[in-house]
Design a protein around this ligand. Structure first.
Ligand code: 2BA
Length: 109
């Protein structure tokens, strides 16, 4: 048995949990904070039997694969006129940091 620890962006978490649960995986969601950005993220614990590991990893990759996206700047530049001009910026969205651990013992009491 393996324990998947997946740290994902909050925006991806709902869809990822739904997809994992639809496929019969048990999931625990933790509200976590990244040490570098000090921003909220979501950590999922997923205990899986060895033969179901690949299926879970495929789902995580499908939903969380990082990609570049054009977004409008949240803090628009001001020109000399004082007019606010929103401008496009490239941002990385999605992405997951995943650890897979061997589980020594698993009990439900
Ligand atoms: P990622 O490397 O995709 O990491 C996303 C989040 O995953 C991290 O949030 C952290 O919560 C977790 N994480 C990543 N690697 C980990 C590890 N080895 N052990 C435990 N948890 C881990 P943040 O720490 O807020 O980092 C957000 C993003 O900032 C990172 O994205 C990376 O692109 C960048 N970053 C992190 N540390 C950096 C540094 N020292 N210098 C420059 N950029 C950094």
């Amino acid at each position: 048995m393996k324990l998947i620890i997946a740290i994902v962006q909050d925006e991806s978490a709902g869809r990822l949990i739904s997809s994992l649960m639809q496929e019969g995986y048990g999931v625990t969601k933790l509200a976590t904070t990244g040490g570098f950005l000090r921003a909220g993220n979501t950590t999922l614990l997923v205990g899986v039997s060895d033969h179901k590991l690949k299926g879970a990893m495929d789902i995580i990759e499908r939903i969380c694969k990082s990609r570049k996206q054009i977004a409008t700047s949240p803090s628009p530049m001001t020109g000399g006129t004082g007019v606010y001009v929103p401008y496009p910026i490239e941002v990385v969205v999605g992405g997951a940091t995943v650890f897979v651990l061997d589980v020594e013992q698993f009990e439900k009491m």
